[in-house]
Write a protein that binds this ligand. Sequence first.
Ligand SMILES: [Zn+2]
Length: 209
Amino acid sequence: MKSYEQLLLQNKSWVEEVNRRDPDFFKRLVATQTPEFLWIGCSDSRVPANEITGTRPGEIFVHRNIANMVVHSDMNMLSVLSYAVEVLKVKHIIVCGHYGCGGVLAAMGNKQFGLIDNWLRHLKDVYRYHAAELDGISDLEQRGRRFVEMNVIEQVHDLGKTSIVQKAWNNGQPLNIHGWVYDLKDGLIKDLGVTFTSTKDLHTVYHFQ
Ligand SMILES: [Zn+2]
């Protein structure tokens, strides 16, 4: 059997398992989705949003890209954000990075990788903002871990800067933005404690009236 055929087979047994535990599961889900969370995570295959949070289909709206970035000109991210906030009315947006992130570590170095260098450039900007602290960490693994955390914090800021999030806040819509990091070594998620809940959490230069 081909490796991809295995996936289809596993899908069938997953359906059987779900139906056995909850016969109405698909009937309920097909009608609508009302997820409370938008997840912005890394594309890394080791960080699957549903599995590591113990959630089921229908519970998390997911956007993933290399190094969980919120790039203000990324039409894909903006469309996901707009739909999640304005239509689904999610209550929480979670930016979840992960230690050992290949994208973050690549951005720390000087090697060229091709097209992806354009994407990694955004990460290098994050490094430059925090260069004083990062350059002061001599252990490269520790520096990489701190860079991962700083990147998540910066993406929380970047979400708050968007007109989509600010409009929701100004309309009194409850919307919290969280910064988390997943550790590949033990599977645990750490809350970085950078929760943004209103425009007050943003520097005034970003405020829209
Ligand atoms: Zn990654």
